[in-house]
Design a protein. Sequence first.
Length: 242
Amino acid sequence: MTVEHAAGGRDLLITAMATGFGALSGSIVDRLGTIPGIVATRAHLVTRSYTEGSVWRLTSLGRSQQEVLAASRRSALGDAQHLPEYAELVTAMGENGRMSLSELADALGISVNTASRRLNRLLESGRLVLRCDLTRSLSGSPVAVTFFGTVAAEHLDSTARELARLPEIRQCLGPAGPQNIAATVWVSSLVDAQALEVRLAAALPHLRIADRAVALRAVKLMGRPLDPDGRAIGFVPMNLWA
């Protein structure tokens, strides 16, 4: 889904999704491992997401606007249909999340009512979330850093939830492995990133930062190839069911 050039112990930082361990192993060993130039890989398998990009805010909206946006968010109800049954719909929305219901119906070859019913079912279940992204260099927070940290198991959830509440946190994940927290922050400079790490050490005593990866350039974000300035120049369907 996402590919970035990085500094700090790794040359590329890749976010990927797979349908299972077999597909993931095939991607890492049989596909990535055969690309000329790749000599080693490290995989951090995510077991839980505490927050991600659809929740992150630029803080440019007024309070009333924020309340309207918050009210429109749906929570997962636990009874959603399996996403593979809606693969074409999800793929179409991934390319253009702003398309009208009539455009979606035409793309799927179904009626507008059917398109509306299927889309609302996914949105209401929480299995499909719409998000708005922007060019990082124009966001006021052009520097992205991913921290890899460790927390004792009994403090993991509480620490991760506190971490996820910070406004700089763009993504907070719980991987399985030596580092069981991975958090991506957007800040205005490397100095701010270091200052944030100092604040984290003081506010979250159970967290130990073990590694850092600074994004030098994003090549792809959520399926969209980017130009050197970080602007979208195309779309690669994120079809997990192909």
